[in-house]
Design a protein around this ligand. Structure first.
Ligand SMILES: [Ca+2]
Ligand SMILES: [Ca+2]
Ligand SMILES: [Ca+2]
Length: 148
């Protein structure tokens, strides 16, 4: 059961509840996330843009502004991203997994650098042609929204 959970988690993290929303809304959501990350509007997301987007995301979710994402802050982020539609037992699993996912160094503190690291890793996962940047087509492909 580990595989499907991790896949659902990656979707929740990168683009909200694409799964829960169905493909049409999911595609619109991926396009919106893409536009928000592609700051210079050149149609590709670079690692620098992913890092900048991650820093903005971090500030959005750091509700008490202490420079760290707490378990409660991750919980709210995941619930707002669509985890609230999951059965309660699964919510806890997803929230705990999200916390562990962002806490890459395992010190129970999630820093902006941790979030930037995970977002760049996700970007690289979507970089199917390995040119170091991600097109909208690649982002859609990562979410199973139609291949090339
Ligand atoms: Ca760009
Ligand atoms: Ca905080
Ligand atoms: Ca690419």
């Amino acid at each position: 059961m580990k595989g499907p959970y991790v896949a659902a988690l990656a979707l929740l993290l990168l683009s909200g509840a694409v799964h829960a929303q169905g493909n049409a809304r999911g595609a619109a959501h991926v396009a919106k996330m893409f536009r928000e990350s592609d700051t210079n509007r050149d149609g590709v997301i670079t690692q620098a843009e992913a890092r900048a987007a991650a820093a903005r995301e971090f500030r959005t979710h750091d509700l008490d502004g202490d420079g760290l994402l707490s378990h409660a802050e991750i919980r709210k982020m995941q619930l707002d991203a669509g985890a609230s539609q999951l059965p309660r037992a699964l919510q806890t699993t997803v929230i705990d997994a999200a916390f562990a996912y962002f806490d890459v160094d395992g010190d129970r503190r999630i820093t902006p650098a941790n979030v930037q690291h995970t977002q760049v890793q996700l970007l690289l996962q979507a970089d199917f042609d390995q040119d170091g940047q991600v097109t909208l087509q690649e982002a859609r492909q990562l979410h199973g929204l139609g291949g090339p």
